[in-house]
Design a protein around this ligand. Structure first.
Ligand code: BDR
Ligand code: CA
Length: 318
């Protein structure tokens, strides 16, 4: 009798923790539907030394020191790095008392960890970048064989509608538009979980309360992180609540269909004076071109919240 096939989703997270990245890592680390193969960090919300340190702190919190973590690029392909200190603080994960890493940084560059992990996997991998696409773009360029070995990319980034870091552009797209343009034209199935989606799945104060009630260490740490992160959103936005952007991408990767998508031709603006980093989505097919992206247009918020509860509950204090 043969052994049962492994039905878990083989997953690589490429991230820049970041409060919402931290929750994304905690979900991928605890969901039995995921086989978390590697975590790579890139510069974005903070510098790459901070984001790679943070990724290891969060995996330590999750009790997953078995997951390799490598640091990737320290800045975008073109120009200077823009960070999001006003959202995530000077450490990138302000607000909580997180453990020191119990795992060393992998000695490989993040790009090489992505390449070797994908090529070494027994089945096609799902790549979930929740950050600027620098690492992913370079990995695809450096190793063309990745194309046949990545089942799907589920990226948190972009927006068909309004931006957040500029009126036109979402942060992850804005930080490295050249990299995003490379990934969008790579011919790999790509789902864009952008602001149009993540702003439909806002958390409220009551959600911080049930997360805190899960107890130390994870419930307490996440609630402390979200208390800090919520502050920025209260100051910036007229709506109440706050989006957990990156958690939405992990949720879609592990519960496909949670995000409703439409196929569209999408281009990333790399030049515009006011629009650099805009993801220009051809909703009505006026370009008459083959769609290259499944653009997220809505999310089942109730199902997302149920997913968050279900997986975070696995960290409940015994
Ligand atoms: C994205 O930008 C970052 O600040 C968040 O971590 C998320 O990936 C939202 O625009
Ligand atoms: Ca992020």
């Amino acid at each position: 009798m043969g052994s049962k096939p492994d039905e878990r989703v083989p997953l690589i997270l490429d991230c820049d923790p970041g409060h919402d990245d931290a929750v994304a890592i905690l979900l991928a680390a605890a969901d039995p539907a995921a086989e978390l193969l590697a975590v790579t960090a890139v510069a974005g919300n903070q510098t790459v030394d901070k984001t790679s340190y943070n990724a290891r702190r969060v995996l330590t919190l999750a009790g997953r020191k078995d997951v390799p973590v490598a640091a990737g690029f320290a800045g975008p392909l073109v120009g200077e790095l823009a960070t999001a200190e006003e959202v995530h603080g000077s450490t990138g994960l302000d607000g909580a008392d997180l453990p020191e890493p119990a795992l060393e940084l992998d000695s490989r560059h993040g790009v090489d960890l992505i390449i070797e992990t994908v090529l070494g996997a027994s089945r096609p991998v799902v790549l979930v970048p929740t950050a600027p696409l620098t690492n992913v773009a370079v990995a695809l360029r450096k190793e063309p064989r990745l194309k046949g070995r990545i089942a799907r990319i589920v990226w948190m980034g972009g927006a068909a509608g309004e931006g957040n870091v500029t009126p036109a552009a979402e942060f992850n797209a804005f930080v490295d538009p050249e990299a995003a343009a490379m990934v969008f034209s790579a011919g790999i199935p790509l789902t864009m979980v952008g602001l149009d989606v993540t702003h439909q799945a806002l958390l409220e104060e009551v959600d911080i309360a049930w997360i805190r009630a899960l107890g130390a260490p994870v419930g307490t740490a996440v609630a402390d992180l979200l208390d800090f992160y919520r502050g920025f959103h209260r100051r910036r936005y007229a709506f109440s609540g706050f989006p957990l952007h990156d958690a939405c991408a992990v949720a879609e990767a592990l519960r496909p269909g949670l995000v409703r998508t439409l196929p569209m031709a999408v281009e990333v603006e790399t030049a515009g004076r006011w629009t650099r980093g805009r993801t220009v989505c051809d909703r009505w097919g006026v370009w008459e071109r083959e769609p290259n992206v499944q653009v997220g247009v809505s999310i089942d918020r109730a199902a997302f919240m149920a997913y968050l509860r279900q997986i975070l509950a696995r960290y409940r204090r015994a």
